[in-house]
Design a protein around this ligand. Structure first.
Ligand code: SAM
Length: 246
């Protein structure tokens, strides 16, 4: 790493407001918000240095552990899982589940620099990496069928102006019975009324769908730049067979 990073540690900033400054040895510097993903991923090592080393992000590890544990409890084999990594970034989450035997097949992100960073930092992790909002992807049914996908992983990419519940449900719809999804999202957003995804989870808990929540673990996602813990939930669910009408 040929740069220094300074975090804006003023208290009270929301996650989408947090910013950092990169200082180069020749005196140049650039300031960006952490959520300006195109800029962050374009600088090798910056995402891991800030999010993982400095802010101690635990979402990928906790989500991978929660998915594999739920899968094994249900008598399923993690090696059978073929994952679509939604909001994949530079592949940190994909790498974490791949390390536990899950096959990470497709990555997707609306940031082209995220795809470039995944190919730069983790070449060969994804068979295919799609750039664009998931709503703009054509023929999801064909993709799921041809790639034999049966799992969605989505770490820290729901809500906060990122991926909507509607987009997620649209992607999830063509996944076959027995498929898994594993997501992390902010505590407040996981509650009914807290966000569109919180409402979706409430619907699943109410049994109004063929998808059942099998794990819901609270954990510390990361620290804010001011050093405060950010609470998240790791939610794992599986699609069952359609319920028979009575
Ligand atoms: C906090 S990062 C998480 C990246 C990765 N999942 C990880 O755990 O390292 C959020 C990611 O969601 C992506 N994203 C945001 N909105 C999106 C959208 N509408 N469609 C696809 N990706 C999106 C961002 O570009 C970014 O890479």
């Amino acid at each position: 790493m040929d740069y220094e990073v300074e975090l804006d540690d003023q208290p009270g900033r929301g996650q989408h407001e947090e910013s950092l400054t990169v200082r180069y040895p020749d005196g140049r510097s650039e300031t960006m918000r952490l959520h300006e993903y195109d800029r962050v991923y374009a600088i090798p090592g910056l995402y891991e240095e800030v999010v993982h080393n400095r802010l101690k992000c635990d979402s990928p590890r906790v989500l991978a552990d929660t998915l594999v544990a739920a899968c094994e409890r249900a008598g399923d084999d993690p090696a059978r899982l073929r994952a679509f990594d939604l909001g994949a970034g530079n592949g940190v989450m994909g790498e974490e589940v791949a390390g536990r035997g899950v096959k990470v097949v497709v990555g997707s992100d609306d940031s082209a620099p995220a795809r470039d960073a995944a190919q730069r930092d983790r070449p060969g992790l994804y068979e295919e990496y799609l750039v664009g909002d998931v709503d703009d992807l054509d023929d999801l049914e064909g993709l799921v069928r041809e790639r034999r996908l049966n799992t969605i992983i989505c770490a820290a990419s729901l809500g906060m102006g990122h991926i909507t519940a509607e987009s997620f449900e649209r992607l999830w719809a063509p996944f076959p019975a027995g498929s898994w999804f594993a997501v992390t999202l902010a505590d407040a957003n996981a509650e009914p009324g807290g966000s569109d995804f919180g409402d979706y989870l409430a619907r699943l808990r109410g049994g109004g769908d063929d998808t059942e929540i099998l794990a819901d673990e609270p954990f510390r996602h990361r620290l804010t730049m001011a050093g405060e813990p950010i609470g998240y939930r790791a939610v794992v669910a599986r699609k069952g067979l359609p319920k028979l009408a009575r």
